[in-house]
Design a protein around this ligand. Sequence first.
Ligand code: 13P
Ligand code: SF4
Length: 344
Amino acid sequence: MNAATKPRDDFAPRWREGLDEEYAALSATLERLVPCLEVPLHLPWIDAIRRLKRERGAVLMAHSYQSPEIFHGVADVTGDSLALAQAAATCDAEVVVLCGVHFMAETAKILAPRVKVLIPDARAGCSLADAITAADVRALRARHPGAPVVSYVNTTAEVKAESDACCTSANAVQVVEAMGADKVIFLPDRYLGAHVASRTDVQLVLWDGRCEVHETFTAAQARRARERYDARLVAHPECPPEVLAEADFVGSTTAMGAWLEREQPERVALITECSLADNLRLQFPATEFIKPCNLCPHMKRITLQNIHACLRDLSGEVIVPGDVAARARRALERMLAVGRRDAA
Ligand code: 13P
Ligand code: SF4
């Protein structure tokens, strides 16, 4: 265990004095995950958000790439994009605040049309969702008549509406095979698509979208983490193939957690967005996390301050036009029917 992850039972900073038990415990947790001096700055915002959530009857859903003060401090539901979609599909809250990127908030709105879905910063986008338009999908269909379209949830509602089914990295192979076709158009992530193609006999037509965060990892970086720190390597399938080839395990955000549970490695490098390691560290105190550290600039647009403003003003409402939502919902429901497959 490295110094940063050691519980600091011997050390109770001044700001914990006067806090009730719940907040003293939260402070102790956050002191292990974020720079210690930030904690007293976060606590008043966390308290104000918790109060507003109760007043508004709101549920706060946070993706695993959100910063620890959001993930541990204010979220009611946490998880990968599939878990958030599944939670939205059964949600009967008045308001959902989606702490993640815009396609996740759109997905929640499509699956929970009666819920007011808010996103704290509507500019929180995704390079994959920006990589393809609905017109591109129609052109692909014209070039490959009869081939069904499976789109990654990292797409706009308009692209989902042109698709036969959606998938996440947790069920991509199973969704592709559920199409019952010899050839499937898979979009927009070329690297996830190549990974899926290596695990199925279905022929995939790929698109050239990439995640701007995962595409920057290199095989040399992965090898260095293994050689220098004697770390096991776990990679998200949005990484380039030469990075995946170095990994001990390739899987979705949730599957990485399940792998850690099974393997209990002494040292691990998660080759993915940085905050995932922060958020998993508490669950695995005996594992040392080597952080290659690529932050998603879109995920990091969400802050305690803009969550507070969005709850206070009920601002940032996500609207999806009815006809688009109805067609996109069909594609999302086919994904939900397949469920989670790679983390069992
Ligand atoms: P997950 O589907 O694993 O949550 O990944 C979403 C994402 O944006 C990865 O970069
Ligand atoms: Fe999109 Fe990549 Fe950020 Fe995920 S990490 S939201 S795929 S840009």
